[in-house]
Design a protein around this ligand. Structure first.
Ligand code: NAD
Length: 260
């Protein structure tokens, strides 16, 4: 899609995006799509090591707020929302595009996942979204839209997805309950389920190349998705065109989820 064709349907909207690691990140696709239709951006990086990869992307997108957020470090999430409150006074869009599981717990199968590994994966990949929603909701004074990235392995067994299956299932359920609790405040919450994409997080999954191959083969649309497909789907859902849509699980996978 050429950017010249796009209308600024999110002009003056304020979007806070968590989860950019590099230019392959799904969160980067979301930030880029929001920016291309007029939104102002706040973006985070994980830590000092990640900063040198993310800061140039943030600058290129003209992000007006940036900062380090490791959701495991008490106070960092709150500090980012303080910046948003001080600078913008409000928020319209929130994206949670982060996931983590310790490698040995991720790769060893669910039976072998330790209690600590399970808890860590659940905290970073699921409960952090609940914490974000709690901080974001008071700033969404004119309503808003929240997104969390899930995957097909939440609902069907995908070999090698292991502990992330139950974690994403919890994330999808959290989206529905948050949609219920925040609906009366005009805040909509969606789980987005992209098809497999070659990102750094995906590199931690065993036989990921096979998943990519299968996804392209299965999808009725016949091709893999890219990060801009995910970004534009979120951009649409954040516009008033989707104002009566909430609590949905939206697949961005070329239709692969339809096929047995
Ligand atoms: N790549 C895929 O095939 C795919 C498919 C469906 C869903 N997803 C989901 O999309 C989301 C984004 O992943 P991605 O594929 O873009 O990979 P990515 O590696 O680019 O992004 C993952 C992000 O999580 C962040 N993160 C990890 N631990 C964190 C912590 N403690 N605090 C803050 N941030 C932390 C990383 O810094 C990184 O920016 C994840 O939820 C992932 O499960 C990915």
């Amino acid at each position: 899609m050429s950017e010249a064709q796009l209308r600024p349907v999110l002009e003056s909207k304020k979007a806070l995006v968590f989860g950019i690691a590099n230019e392959d990140s799904i969160a980067y696709g979301c930030a880029k799509a929001f920016r291309s239709v007029g939104a102002d951006l706040a973006v985070s990086w994980l830590n000092e090591k990640a900063r040198r990869f993310v800061e140039p992307l943030a600058q290129q997108l003209g992000a007006s707020i940036t900062g380090a957020v490791d959701v495991s470090v008490p106070g960092q999430l709150e500090a980012m929302f303080d910046q948003v409150r001080d600078r913008w006074g409000r928020l319209d869009i929130l994206v949670h595009s982060i996931a983590f599981a310790p490698k040995e717990d991720l790769q060893g199968g669910l039976l072998n996942c330790s209690a600590e590994g399970f808890a860590k994966a659940m905290d970073v990949s699921c409960h952090s979204f609940v914490r974000m929603a709690k901080l974001a909701a008071p700033l969404m004074t004119e309503g808003g839209t929240m997104f969390a990235m899930s995957y097909y392995g939440a609902n069907r067994v995908v070999p090698n997805y292991n502990v992330m299956g139950p974690v994403k299932a919890a994330l999808e359920a959290a989206c529905r309950y948050l949609a219920y609790e925040l609906g009366p405040r005009g805040i909509r919450v969606h789980a987005i389920s992209p098809g497999p994409l070659k990102t750094r997080a995906a590199a931690g999954l065993k036989d990921f190349e096979l998943m990519l191959h299968e996804a392209a083969h299965k999808a009725p649309l016949g091709e893999l998705v890219d990060i801009m497909d995910v970004g534009y789907t979120c951009a649409y859902l954040a516009t008033p065109f989707a104002r009566r849509v909430t609590g949905e699980l939206v697949y961005v996978d070329g239709g692969a989820n339809l096929i047995a």
